[in-house]
Design a protein around this ligand. Structure first.
Ligand code: SF4
Length: 371
């Protein structure tokens, strides 16, 4: 089989690993296997080469296209072969970086060594200096994680579920606490000890809808991880049943659910909300249609707040006020209090969302009942 065909199969096998929440429908401009249009920090598109070293895997994760029990074409590229395929794309400017993962072939140790070898070949033999996102295999040793972090810009380890029992429903071969959470803590410790490592930080991914875990349980897990580590972000991958897996007859997860989880996760991670401030339905899930920040605000007793007096914590709880506009409000009101809603609009506040929750110099802008 030629390298292009192999690359097609391995990159198709990597499709469920996410490194971007926004590009689900975006297509790469270049029609070659493995090119994944990720979104950069400023919203621009960054094409990455996203692939596996091998789709051979000993593990039996029931949601996964590469599950050991599935019958399909299994193959691998050596670290040097993969490096060459990648550099061929990179040198032709088809991609700006690499997102590399792997099925667990033979042993965790060997798989991790192959991933590290690929990065070593790229960095040391070919002098490649651009972006690498490297997947850490659950159960990898501390030494391997450190070496991976010395070579990659970003590392990630997928937690897949919100709890040990949730993961046990999906995989009999991974230990949630030992193989995953413990490694996540190691990544955090290593990064804190040497701040030059892994400048783009660490991320994780969860499969949503493959088991019965609720949004409340998922967000509580993320809240606890954000509290204990500097994890940059979480990717929520909606469960899609795959032929030949044990879950092939289960229902697909609604895309709206993961979109709402992204909103709520941003409230946890960027706005430092607590899950207890959020509104869940009687089943412990977020509404599929209403903005989690508005639903949380409707539950809070602090509103309406006075724009000229409220602290940062309360300002960012107002729907329509983001972290940047809250900081601007605090800076500007020191010199001159706000008395006009249009002044807030000019700062970037979405005033039609914010109005029911704020007062300006004692005057209500709009009552919650009228909203
Ligand atoms: S470890 Fe699990 S999720 Fe990863 S490739 Fe293997 S079967 Fe898939």
């Amino acid at each position: 089989m030629d390298k292009l065909k192999k690359t097609q199969i391995l990159s198709d096998s990597a499709q469920f690993d996410l490194c971007d929440s926004k590009n689900k429908s975006k297509k790469s401009e270049v029609n070659l296997p493995g090119i994944y249009p990720a979104t950069g920090a400023n919203g621009c598109t960054i094409p990455l080469f996203k692939t596996l070293l091998t789709n051979k895997c000993n593990n039996d994760c029931k949601y996964c296209i590469n599950c050991s029990k599935r019958n399909f074409t299994r193959l691998e590229l050596s670290p040097r072969e993969l490096s060459k395929v990648f550099l061929n794309y990179y040198n032709k400017a088809y991609v700006n970086g690499l997102f590399l993962s792997s099925g667990v072939n033979h042993s965790i140790d060997e798989t991790m060594e192959n991933l590290i070898d690929t990065c070593n070949i790229l960095r040391k033999d070919y002098g490649y200096q651009d972006y690498i996102h490297l997947k850490i295999i659950p159960g990898a040793s501390k030494d391997q994680i450190k070496r991976a972090m010395e070579l990659a810009d970003r590392v990630s380890i997928n937690i897949e579920a919100a709890s040990a029992s949730g993961l046990a429903e999906l995989s009999s071969t991974k230990d949630y606490n030992k193989d995953i959470l413990k490694r996540l803590k190691w990544i955090d410790k290593i990064a804190k000890r040497d701040k030059t490592l892994c400048p783009s930080g660490a991320t994780t991914q969860l499969i949503v809808g493959a088991n019965n875990e609720t949004d409340d349980e998922i967000l509580k897990r993320m809240e606890s991880i954000y509290k204990k580590t500097d994890l940059r972000r979480t990717y929520f991958s909606e469960f899609i049943p795959i032929n030949g897996t044990e879950l092939e007859k289960n229902n697909e997860c609604n895309l709206k659910r993961t979109n709402q989880l992204y909103h709520a996760d941003a409230l946890l991670n960027d706005y430092h909300f607590k899950t207890k401030e959020m509104a869940f339905d009687e089943n412990g899930n977020l509404s599929l249609n209403e903005d989690p920040k508005i639903l949380a605000a409707k539950k809070m007793e602090i509103f309406p707040i006075e724009i000229n007096k409220a602290n940062y914590h309360d300002l960012i709880r107002v729907p329509g006020i983001g972290t940047k506009s809250a900081r601007r409000i605090i800076n500007i009101r020191r010199k001159k209090p706000f008395n006009n809603i249009d002044d807030l609009k000019r700062l970037g506040v979405v005033t039609n969302r914010a109005e029911p929750y704020i007062k300006l110099e004692g005057s209500y802008q709009n009552s919650l009942d009228n909203y």
